[in-house]
Ligand binder design. Structure first.
Ligand SMILES: Nc1ncnc2c1ncn2[C@@H]1O[C@H](COP(=O)(O)OP(=O)(O)O)[C@@H](O)[C@H]1O
Ligand SMILES: [Mg+2]
Length: 267
């Protein structure tokens, strides 16, 4: 059960465990990764799954803010040996578990070998205990972000239809293909303004990848649309209230889209 020794000493994750780990990442910041991670976790938990969300935005965490949690124990305390891993795993309002991180911690702005080993150890230890582990990463292609994404079997690239977000999503996909051998990318298009815009965005991204990235690779990168979530004022309301959209405004368009997204993840 919660028999944790030193996290770094945990055995390497077996491939089936890795498949249950999904990194929610993006090229550009502020596109909705944390909002999606929390509400997707709630939707998966409602479907009866055991879910853990790990705040992998180690230095600039804000999963706690979205969930209205005031963490006394975070991953930092686990890394520094202050507490054992199971003590830092907290219940979240949506029926899932969270491992929170701290904010304003400059020591996590670069990935050191120690932090690498610690994070890998934590993931290896938690993965077998959950049906889904979601890693809410930071944005961009820094070594911290790329390393946390490398720990996941599945990558969910989040983008909005804005040109700046698409350019950065393309860059992220290109780097993940080149440095991690990723050939399958799941795309979530957030803040769409009309139904079907997600499909259009996927096609656009695939076209650029086919033209500039795939010719350089042994096997082509396929972008699959996991789902689209409409731009919905209810999202901002829920974030301001520090509540899950699924709990506080369940019938809204964004809420229904998230439930559909979770269902597709379970297929
Ligand atoms: N579908 C949406 N509709 C409207 N606003 C959204 C939507 N998704 C996200 N937002 C807004 O964007 C903000 C930033 O989202 P967040 O999840 O913190 O982004 P990230 O984790 O990618 O930096 C949210 O607080 C919310 O106000
Ligand atoms: Mg975030």
């Amino acid at each position: 059960m919660t028999d944790s020794g030193s996290p770094a000493a945990a055995p390497a994750a077996a491939p089936p465990a890795a498949r249950r780990i999904s990194a929610v990442t993006s090229g550009k910041g502020g596109v909705g990764k944390t909002f999606l991670s929390a509400n997707l976790a709630a939707a998966l938990a409602r479907a009866g799954r055991r879910v853990l969300v790990l705040d992998a935005d180690l230095g600039l965490a804000n999963l706690d803010v979205v969930l209205n949690l005031f963490p006394k124990l975070t991953l930092h305390d686990v890394f520094t040996g202050k507490v054992r891993l199971h003590e830092a795993i907290l219940p979240a309002p949506g029926g899932f578990s969270v491992l929170l991180a701290g904010s304003g911690m400059v020591e996590y702005s670069r990935m050191t070998p120690e932090v690498r080993a610690q994070l890998q150890g934590v993931i290896d230890e938690v993965a077998p205990r959950y049906d889904h582990v979601l890693l809410d990463t930071g944005a961009g292609i820094s070594d911290v972000v790329l390393y946390t994404v490398s720990l996941a079997g599945q990558v969910l690239v989040t983008a909005t239809p804005e040109p700046t977000s698409l350019t950065d999503a393309y860059a992220t996909i290109k780097v993940l293909a080149a440095t991690q051998g990723r050939r399958r990318i799941h795309l979530v298009v957030n803040q769409v303004r009309r139904p079907g815009e997600g499909r259009q965005v996927r096609a656009q991204l695939q076209q650029v990848v086919d033209r500039y990235v795939n010719p350089t690779l042994d096997a082509p990168v396929r972008i699959e649309l996991l789902g689209e979530v409409p731009a919905d004022p209810a999202v901002r309301d829920a974030v301001l209230r520090r509540q899950l959209l699924l709990d506080t405004l369940p019938g809204t368009a964004a809420s229904l889209a998230l439930v559909a997204l979770a269902a597709r993840m379970l297929e």
